[in-house]
Design a protein around this ligand. Structure first.
Ligand SMILES: NC(=O)C1=CN([C@@H]2O[C@H](COP(=O)(O)OP(=O)(O)OC[C@H]3O[C@@H](n4cnc5c(N)ncnc54)[C@H](O)[C@@H]3O)[C@@H](O)[C@H]2O)[C@H](O)CC1
Ligand SMILES: [K+]
Length: 511
């Protein structure tokens, strides 16, 4: 599991260490890790260290101090290092250390504090590695001038260079929303981000996550409390799954009630059933019209048609809320879930049918447009673009407004529980953006909720912490199934479902 902490929590954890250690000890430790990451990246690229020039982009705070100390380490390892001082008050001891190590320093601001773009361009063109030490967790909002102009000029320059430099961000790419992943202004996209103490939420949530590159987390001995955001790995998902026991039978493994598909969209019934069955449940009870029922039985004769005792519900995939008959089936499933205190997934058409408030063991699975509609219907006028610009805050807002756990689908999936638990997963790839994969995901999540129903039913998990982890687990399984099915090429929703058993087996076998 990757745990991310907000800037303030990092600062609070740093404070006692800063007080207890010699001046700049923490910073030089961090800087050494940055230098090591640069050398490892050069080795990975097969670049000669001695022939490499590194350009330090130095801001006015301790982030710049990290970069200066890192430059000193790199200069002592034989690299050519130049420092572009993008501030009139660079970190003094870092600057002295850099100069002692023969780092060439250049003031890239003129007397009026404006960027000397010609000098900056010359320095940038000469360097195969740019170290972004402009701002770290001390930044507030979008980059202001002159840093905004410097970053814009460098980004333009980089795009024009035949051989792009490798950009290594110190702590975070300067200018991202460290705590929420938003990008309000220019940011220099990094190939590698070397972050201190712990990941930050902005490095695990889009759009900022897409600008961070490969993440290297440096342990600097911080004692940190509860994470603000987490990301599951396969071992974490293995702990959440409930593989069958010798004493199990189909009713103890979890029975999922499925209200998906319709006369208009019969295929969603098959896809959601496939997602559930191939993730592993004791049984699926399917409730739907004759057409989809027949389709489901052609593919999965083991599915039982009609109502009966279930441990979880999945409803809404392939249902048009305007189809009154089918909408009533969805409402009925939800009424039963709420009456029996059972967990449920509300997907697609069910989202528009969801009541104002729901328990945390109900998971809403909107994409950005559906979340925008859900927020707008609850009085918070929001567009798809608003959600895509700030998915983490949007998902958290929806969880707070509805009381449900929200799984916001996207290139990075965001899961937010009303009690504050937040996770993001980025296990899939763009090939998953194809019709029907959302139906499969609803089935996967339904299966996990049915497997763990005894921990969720009857008011279990009131703040949605376990429900959120199960939703994130579903996103990991679904994403990995998409990657497995794709093998670099296109997928269909059914091939994603077909890949699930292998993914579950791999996850259960993970160390
Ligand atoms: N303290 C330590 O020993 C360690 C710190 N780490 C590194 O330090 C930074 C945090 O440093 P801090 O001085 O608090 O702030 P920053 O350097 O991140 O940025 C402040 C700097 O930037 C200017 N600024 C703020 N907002 C903006 C903006 N929107 N646009 C332009 N400029 C802005 C502000 O005026 C200051 O000059 C942390 O990230 C680590 O890199 C070590 O890693 C651990 C030890
Ligand atoms: K930075």
């Amino acid at each position: 599991m990757i745990r991310a902490h907000e800037a303030q929590a990092i600062r609070e954890a740093e404070a006692p260490l800063l007080a207890a250690t010699p001046t700049d000890a923490l910073m030089t430790h961090a800087a050494f890790a940055v230098a090591t990451a640069v050398l490892e990246e050069l080795d990975r690229l097969g670049a000669r260290r001695s022939g490499t020039t590194v350009l330090l982009l130095v801001g006015g705070g301790n982030n710049g101090g990290d970069a200066l100390y890192a430059g000193a380490y790199l200069a002592r390892r034989g690299l050519q290092v130049a420092a572009a001082l993008c501030t009139d008050r660079p970190h003094e001891r870092g600057l002295a250390a850099a100069r002692r190590a023969r780092v060439r320093t250049h003031d890239v601001l003129d007397a009026a504090g404006r960027p000397r773009e010609e000098l900056l361009t010359v320095l940038a063109d000469r360097a195969g590695v740019w170290l972004d030490g402009l701002t770290g967790i001390g930044a507030r909002g979008a980059l202001r001038e002159p840093l905004a102009g410097i970053v814009t000029a460098l980004a333009d320059r980089r795009a024009a260079m035949p051989d792009e430099p490798t950009v290594v961000a110190v702590d975070v790419p300067s200018g991202i929303g460290v705590d929420d992943g938003t990008v309000a202004g220019p940011v220099l996209r990094a190939d590698v981000t070397v972050t201190m103490g712990a990941a930050k939420p902005g490095l695990l949530a889009r759009p900022a996550e897409a600008l961070a590159g490969r993440l290297v987390v440096v342990d600097i001995g911080l004692g940190l409390g509860e994470a603000a955001l987490a990301r599951l790995g396969p071992a974490d998902v293995a702990d959440l799954l409930r593989p069958p026991l010798p004493t199990d039978h189909k009713y103890t493994r979890g029975v999922l009630g499925l209200v998906a598909g319709s006369t208009t969209y019969p295929g969603a019934a098959v896809l959601a059933a496939a997602g559930a069955l191939r993730t592993g449940v004791g049984m699926v009870r399917y409730l739907g019209p004759e057409g989809p029922t027949r389709l489901v039985h052609e593919r999965f004769p083991e599915v039982v048609a009609g109502s009966g005792r279930v441990q979880a519900w999945a409803a809404g995939s392939g249902v048009d809320p305007a189809d009154e008959g089918r909408a009533e089936d969805v409402r009925d499933a939800l009424r039963r879930a709420l009456a029996d205190g059972l967990p449920a997934v509300l997907d697609a058409g069910a989202l528009a049918l969801a009541p104002e408030r729901l328990p945390a063991t109900v998971v809403l699975t909107p994409h950005a447009g559906e979340l925008a509609q859900l927020l707008t219907e609850r009085g918070e006028r929001t567009s798809r673009a608003d959600v895509e610009a700030a998915p983490l805050p949007a998902a958290r807002r929806a969880a707070a407004l509805t009381g449900a756990t929200v799984l916001l689908k996207g290139a990075t999936t965001v899961v937010a529980a009303p009690g504050g638990t937040t996770l993001t997963q980025a296990d899939g790839g763009p090939w998953l953006a194809t019709a029907g994969t959302g139906d499969v995901l609803a089935g996967v999540l339904g299966a996990l909720l049915a497997q763990r129903a005894e921990d969720l039913a009857g008011g279990g998990d009131p703040d949605g912490a376990l429900t959120a982890e199960l939703a994130a687990a579903a996103a990991l399984l679904h994403g990995r199934a998409g990657t497995r099915a794709s093998a670099g090429g296109p997928v269909t929703a059914l091939t994603v479902a077909d890949a699930l058993p292998g993914v579950v087996a791999d996850v259960l076998a993970s160390p």
